[in-house]
Design a protein around this ligand. Sequence first.
Ligand SMILES: [Zn+2]
Length: 389
Amino acid sequence: MTDRAFAFRVTHRDGLARRGELSTAHGSVQTPAFMPVGTRGAVKAITQRDLLDLGAEIILGNTYHLYLRPGDGLIARAGGLHRFIGWDRPILTDSGGYQIFSLAAMRHIRDEGAEFRSHLDGSLHLLTPERASDIQTQLGSDIAMVLDHCLASASDEAASRDAMERSAAWAARARARFLDPGRSPGAGLDVIVSNPGQAQFGIVQGGVHPALRTESVERTVAIGFDGYAIGGLSVGEPVEVMYEVIGHTAPLLPEDCPRYLMGTGMPDDLIESVARGVDLFDCVLPTRNARNGQLLTSRGPLAIKNARYAEDLSPPDPDCGCYTCRHFSRAYLRHLYLSGEMTAATLNTLHNLYFYLDTMRRIREAIVFGSFERLRQEFRQTFSRRPQH
Ligand SMILES: [Zn+2]
């Protein structure tokens, strides 16, 4: 552990599922936990007050976006990301790697780092493992991620090995930079340390190839991080393959460190991953789908624009206790969506995030009471990935 502010404790186990508590410089997080994605310092369509009402204990910010606009220097001078965005609970920032692979107008990966052109103005940037660490030092998140070499799709073994090897080499450099004494406040490196209690997680790569995953775990754990992420999944591989890779990888990671599955997924993915030993999640799915008119309910996805809801006065999800479901009908939400009202995005997002966070609450309770497997079976029976009819 790099700082006393950061700690992780597993309090209960039920099979491979773990109930725990993550302590950070900005308070604690009950795990397993889902992190709403606040890409550019805002969870789209809702306010920080809404996040508090929803019971969100940690959110995610995207380094790529914040680095390009408004810039990590400006955020550091404003007192760090927490103060800048008015959120004093924990924040995790990613390293920018995934966005370079999915968003940048151009990218060129070499051992030194990832060179890319901004999708905003075409300007040229070089993100090295050291620079990605420094940017997050300036942002002052509670958990920083190392820069990794992401592959945008399920790839063959040679490409996966190449990305895994480069990720391991970059992880060692990122860790060295993070632990550099010059990083301490007021010394050495020309960066502002916005949060001295920041922790840093490594990322396991290796695609869908178990032997590469094993090697990646060994090499990443040998460097020694405060927590470990499983990266490179949810990139188009079949869901059963994703579960296999998680089931293979998560138990290899240190028992006493948090395990974070990056960028996943559907509500049933959360339960299935907790069953395999994962503690932390993030995904744009609940917020992005909300803006596209898809409500994720206890029965499955519901497309609110569907004509069959035109006069349906029932709540979106009769089993949900969120603000949206307690006050509004499917007919009204459909009307808002079809009219292009901004409130549609807000109300849909409130519901989807509530559903995700409430699912995590139920998971945590079930682990404590030893009934996680029963919850998992119930969820399998009621939740369907196919849209409701
Ligand atoms: Zn609801």
